[in-house]
Design a protein around this ligand. Structure first.
Ligand code: FUB
Ligand code: ZN
Length: 636
């Protein structure tokens, strides 16, 4: 593995100019970030930062395991700062910056002299720090605050929060590790590992990378830390409410894990950190462990939308091919985190298969978590509804709200990578940057109306002519792509998902890429029992669904698509602010028995009916109604 290959061009150095992501970004800047701050205040989460003071009341009652989600409020603050910072990189905003700075004041004041910083423990149980890593999210909170601090510094150059968090990281590094007197613990909810790698990349301080490696490699070792910790608290480890350490992926050491189990977000954050460490340390064995988990997730456990985790019980994985539609949990955070992991896998190998999953999760399973108007959310992202699912304005556990906003606000950071020898475009949709290649500044501007249309134009403007690789991702769904340079067709050789154009580039060179987007039918592996006899629709990177608002008359579950029915893409200016719909001549199932017998020897009648499908991420933005991704397929 050659580590020094492609690295993402950071979000702060890529402008978003295309209509699709520009619109989402503007909504996040103008509505989502300010409204999330207001919700954090209303939910008392900001008040809890104001220490020293008597701790705020318990706003979220303890559950039957004596757990309250209030313990991870700090993480929501960290994620909001991170999302706001990505937004600020696109448009500075004194009001938002004043709000961040006010939070920084509180955190600065709340930090203990030894560097410890946690609103729950500082205010309420100062003598119980680090006594329940399994459940109480202390290191998870630290990780999110640290990610927020790094993003704020990158966006504004202000480093006060970063200083606070570096002091806290010093404290954590002194507390945990393998040296005598240190705790050999790690967090029940992975997250700090990712943040520490980011800190290392910002500061170059290798101690941060070592701490991340320690947390990853200590996980799941025997004697099991959470067992000893429970005994030390006077608890019976056998009473663990989640029943199994698979829940937090500490059942065996991470390098031995080949199946993704347990809580989906935890698993995704862990795998992302593993990929980061494999990259930074050129660690072949860790890379192989990532690949095994990747195969498992993407071949047997992932929804067609890029959603992950069918079960509400553990907010996570169950059995291979167990992908129920209506009861799908598919937490927004898990799809967001799949995009994180895919991006990291992509940089281990520059294989378009990773970018395909990244794009799938971004446009579908993750984006569905945010409403069109920007202040309502989905926590679970089912693939079928009878109309019972409605977006919510906030949630007792608002983890998904800031995960989706930090993803959308940082979308620019997923589009382009650069290396010594060239540039790679992973996403299209209007992205511009200036990369330094072989010591020459090269301005790159990609223009397209992606994902609605597959025509892409890339203008290359080096300061002086220079030879380098321009790698263009040819998505797995694109079957007859073509490329031309300055109007002259180029033979398309696609290697692991990328067409490489190596030439001496000069100012004004223009590459045109055409990615035809015919509507396509997708079928699930026959072991996905819920999707037998059903078909899903895809066009380009978008997965589609049928929703009652476009298919009135009865629940969309009564619609079918004849196997031979053609599907047409139809631009509809009246659907939201304009969207590409898919339209086909479908059927409505009607009872064969006029009296409505529950069971009859006759098949239902098939009545011709138009089927209109919209992109999945747009569903549940109009009046409530039924929705379905996997549509029944009939012979006629
Ligand atoms: O536990 C913190 C976050 O809350 C998890 O990542 C989500 O799944 C939700 O449980
Ligand atoms: Zn969530």
């Amino acid at each position: 593995m050659t580590k020094r290959s492609y690295s993402p061009v950071p979000f702060s150095e890529v402008a978003v100019t295309g209509p699709f992501w520009r619109e989402r970004l503007d909504v996040v800047l103008a509505r989502t970030i300010p409204s999330q701050h207001a919700r954090l205040a209303e939910a008392h989460i900001l008040e809890a930062l104001k220490l020293p003071q008597p701790p705020p009341p318990l706003y979220i009652p303890r559950n039957s395991h004596s757990f309250t989600m209030q313990v991870f409020w700090d993480s929501d603050v960290g994620k909001w700062i991170e999302a706001a910072s990505y937004a600020l990189a696109h448009r500075r905003d004194p009001d938002i910056e004043a709000k961040v700075d006010a939070i920084v004041d509180d955190l600065d004041r709340a930090q203990r002299p030894d560097g410890y910083l946690n609103s729950w423990y500082n205010g309420r149980e100062p003598d119980k720090r680090w006594t329940n890593l399994r459940d109480n999210h202390e290191l998870y909170n630290a990780g999110h605050l640290l990610e927020g601090a790094i993003a704020y510094f990158r966006a504004t150059g202000r480093r006060r929060l970063l200083d606070v968090m570096e002091r806290y990281v010093d404290h954590i590094a002194a507390t945990f590790g393998t040296a005598p007197g240190q705790k050999r613990g790690y967090c029940g909810h992975q997250e700090i590992e990712l943040a520490l790698v980011k800190l290392y990349r910002l500061t170059g301080d290798k101690r941060r990378l070592d701490l991340a490696s320690y947390f990853i490699d200590e996980r799941g070792r025997q004697p099991h830390y959470f067992t000893g910790e429970a005994l030390a608290r006077g608890d019976d480890p056998a009473d663990y409410w989640a029943k199994t350490y698979e829940y937090n992926q500490s059942h065996i050491p991470v390098r031995e894990q080949t199946r993704m189990v347990g809580h989906a977000v935890r698993g995704m954050y862990m795998a992302s950190a593993m990929a980061d460490l494999a990259f930074e340390r050129d660690d072949e064995a860790l890379k192989r462990a990532c690949e095994a988990l990747w195969r498992d997730v993407t071949t047997a456990q992932m929804y067609v939308t890029g959603g992950l985790g069918p079960s509400e019980t553990n907010e996570g994985f169950t059995e291979p091919y167990d992908l129920p539609n209506e009861s799908a949990y598919a937490e927004t955070c898990a799809a967001v985190a799949l995009a994180f992991w895919a991006q990291r896998m992509l940089h281990l190998d520059l294989d378009g298969a990773y970018a395909d999953v990244m794009e799938l999760a971004l446009y579908n399973g993750a984006l569905s978590g945010l409403s069109r108007e920007g202040s309502h959310y989905f926590y679970a992202n089912p693939l079928e509804s009878r109309g019972q699912h409605k977006r919510w304005a906030w949630h007792l556990c608002p983890c998904c709200t800031m995960n989706v906003s930090r993803l959308v606000a940082s979308i620019a950071g997923y589009a382009i990578s650069a290396s010594e020898s060239g540039v790679a475009f992973h996403l299209y949709g209007g992205f511009e940057t200036t990369a330094e290649i072989g010591g020459v500044k090269v301005a790159l501007s990609e223009r397209s109306d992606y994902p609605w249309h597959g025509g892409v134009e890339i203008r290359v403007e080096p300061e002086t002519p220079i030879a380098f690789d321009l790698k263009l991702r040819i998505p797995g769904w694109a079957h007859s792509a073509t490329v031309a340079v300055n109007g002259a067709p180029v033979e398309l050789v696609v290697e692991r998902g990328y067409a490489n154009i190596r030439r001496r580039w000069s100012r004004g060179d223009i590459v045109t890429l055409n990615l035809p987007m015919p509507p396509e039918r997708l079928y699930a592996h026959p072991r996905v029992r819920m999707d037998i006899g059903r078909v899903a629709l895809r066009r380009g990177p978008l997965i589609y669904c049928v929703e009652e608002a476009d298919n009135p008359g009865a629940a969309v579950q009564s619609l079918t698509l004849p196997r031979a029915a053609s599907l047409e893409a139809e631009w509809r200016a009246d659907v939201f602010d304009g969207a590409m719909t898919l339209v086909g001549e479908g059927r409505r199932l009607e009872p064969a028995d006029a009296r409505g017998a529950l069971y009859t020897p006759s098949q239902p009648r098939l009545k011709a009916d138009k089927v209109t499908a919209i992109p999945y991420h747009l569903w549940a933005n109009r009046e409530p109604g039924s929705m379905q991704v996997w549509i029944g397929e009939t012979v006629e």
